[in-house]
Design a protein around this ligand. Structure first.
Ligand SMILES: [Zn+2]
Length: 56
């Protein structure tokens, strides 16, 4: 188990070895972690940006 902090909202979470980013976060000291909520928001914003960049 490892405590990580989301760089976007500052929420602290505990992740276990089953988490897909666990190994990367454990290996890299300055690895950036973003929580599910922020990741979903980023994905949404990226989609919106794509839509405005490529109008039909
Ligand atoms: Zn977050």
């Amino acid at each position: 188990m490892m405590e990580v902090k989301c760089v976007m909202c500052g929420r602290k979470e505990e992740i276990t070895k089953v988490h897909k980013d666990y190994r990367r976060l454990a290996r890299e000291k300055n690895a950036v972690y973003t929580c599910e909520t922020c990741r979903a928001r980023l994905r949404y914003q990226a989609q919106q940006a794509q839509k405005t960049a490529k109008p039909l």
